[in-house]
Write a protein that binds this ligand. Structure first.
Ligand code: GLU
Length: 425
């Protein structure tokens, strides 16, 4: 059993490479990142002591455009996770057909344990170490797990200070008014629900007749839950990580969760306050209970490797759709079980491509120095996500393919075309 995101990304890639008959050199090129940077960042802490943080940036493939992908903040971060995630970014940008490559970064730390000023120094330190590898035409970071617009602005400011000019295209997910795009905060979660809406339509299921269970309650999950309830669905259970107890809990309300009320008792990192949840009448269950609920839709929106061979059999027979909002939430072994079941899967790099698609819109707006209204951004996002879903779905129907395989075939073929036309292979 593999809980290594890089290995899992390679297992998925190798399977599809075999199916579409890629030649050896192309396989070799695409199953590994092209560049990676490992750095140590020494930081002065507020109490005068010094600490050194490990950080990475991995660029998987840039044949279709500059590297693109978030910078994760996580105490358990590993370079293999970043490698796997950088591969998934390449496929993500290709499946929605935006002119960007795949990259990912990470700093090994827990922002909950650093002050604002320490976080700022660390963000600036990251750019001091890696600015030469960054650039609007080179590699463009964005927010990801536990990083947000304020971190992006510190990084942007440091980059612009070093190069001595305004460079708003070097980073996306910036605050609105500081080069950020309206709708960027909503984009990943909304994108998940646009693809879910299309899936339900194909399955001839009315969203109003459905209920869902969600893993995670960070930015992506919150906006996914909001739009899903706007479409008439009912969220019955949401799980989240509790940093004090160092374990997860599931918060359930059988008659449907009021998302705004729950957001009101959730901190910036997606941790729901247990005491307040009890006052609001939530049942508090074990962390993995989210997966075992009798619901129509499961939305894993936390981290990788959450649906595994050990728990996949606990998924209720009622579940009709899994929309993977997180990157790599399903291990390859569990995926084999889902593939053989009647569950319709919206695979991660298609379902959660809304964030990077809106990042691309942000770059476009920065280049024009003209910013669209929110409705215009969201409409363009919906169009992009819907047409990507349609292309994957149509291929899966035509060739009787599992949705993940169809998404991979489209994405890999686009990247292969770019590397071949460039004459790399
Ligand atoms: N971190 C997001 C993702 O995994 C967005 C990346 C971006 O906007 O570059 O897709």
């Amino acid at each position: 059993m593999s809980n290594n995101a890089y290995k899992n990304a390679q297992i998925q890639f190798d399977g599809v490479a075999e199916t579409i008959g890629l030649n050896e050199a192309t396989k070799q090129l695409l199953r590994e990142p092209m560049n990676e940077y490992h750095v140590s960042i020494p930081i002065k802490m507020d109490d005068g002591s010094s600490r050194v943080f490990k950080a990475y940036r991995v660029q998987h493939n840039v044949a279709r455009g500059p590297g693109k992908g978030g910078i994760r903040f996580h105490p358990e971060e590993t370079v293999d996770t970043i490698r796997g995630l950088s591969m998934w970014m390449t496929w993500k940008c290709a499946v929605v057909d935006i002119p960007l490559g795949g990259a990912k970064g990470g700093i090994v730390f827990d922002p909950r344990e650093l002050s604002e000023t320490e976080q700022e120094r660390l963000c600036r330190g990251y750019v001091q170490k890696l600015w030469k590898t960054m650039g609007p035409d080179l590699d463009v970071p964005a927010p990801d797990v536990m990083s947000s617009a304020k971190h992006m602005l510190w990084m942007l400011d440091e980059y612009e200070t070093i190069v001595g000019s305004y460079q708003p295209g070097v980073i996306t997910g910036k605050p609105v008014g500081m080069g950020g795009s309206l709708g960027r905060t909503e984009a990943t979660g909304y994108g998940v629900i646009y693809t879910l809406r299309e899936a339900l339509e194909e399955l001839k299921i009315d969203a109003k007749d459905t209920c869902a269970s969600i893993q995670g309650f960070g930015n992506v999950a919150q906006y996914a839950a909001r739009l899903y309830t706007e479409y008439g669905g009912k969220v019955l259970a949401i799980s989240c990580w509790d940093n004090d107890d160092k374990k997860a809990y599931t918060f359930r309300k059988q008659d449907g969760i009021d998302i705004e009320k729950l957001v009101g008792i959730t901190d910036n990192y997606g941790t729901i306050n247990k005491e307040k949840a009890k006052e609001l009448g939530f049942e508090i269950l074990a962390g993995d209970a989210w997966l075992e609920q009798d619901v129509d839709i499961l939305i894993p929106a936390a981290l990788e490797n959450q649906i595994t061979i050990d728990n996949v059999d606990k998924i209720s027979k009622q579940v009709k759709v899994i929309a993977e909002a997180a990157n790599g939430p399903t291990t390859p072994e569990a995926d084999e079980v889902i593939r053989k079941s009647d569950i319709f899967l919206v695979p991660d790099f298609l379902a959660n491509a809304g964030g990077v698609t809106c990042s691309y819109f942000e770059q476009v707006q920065c280049n024009m120095n003209y910013f669209w209204e929110k409705d215009e951004v969201l409409e363009k996002l919906d169009t992009k996500m819907t047409s990507a879903f349609r292309a994957v779905y149509d291929l899966s129907k035509k060739d009787k393919l599992y949705m993940r395989d169809a998404a991979y075939i489209i994405a890999i073929n686009r990247v292969v075309e770019a590397v071949e036309k460039r004459g790399w292979v």
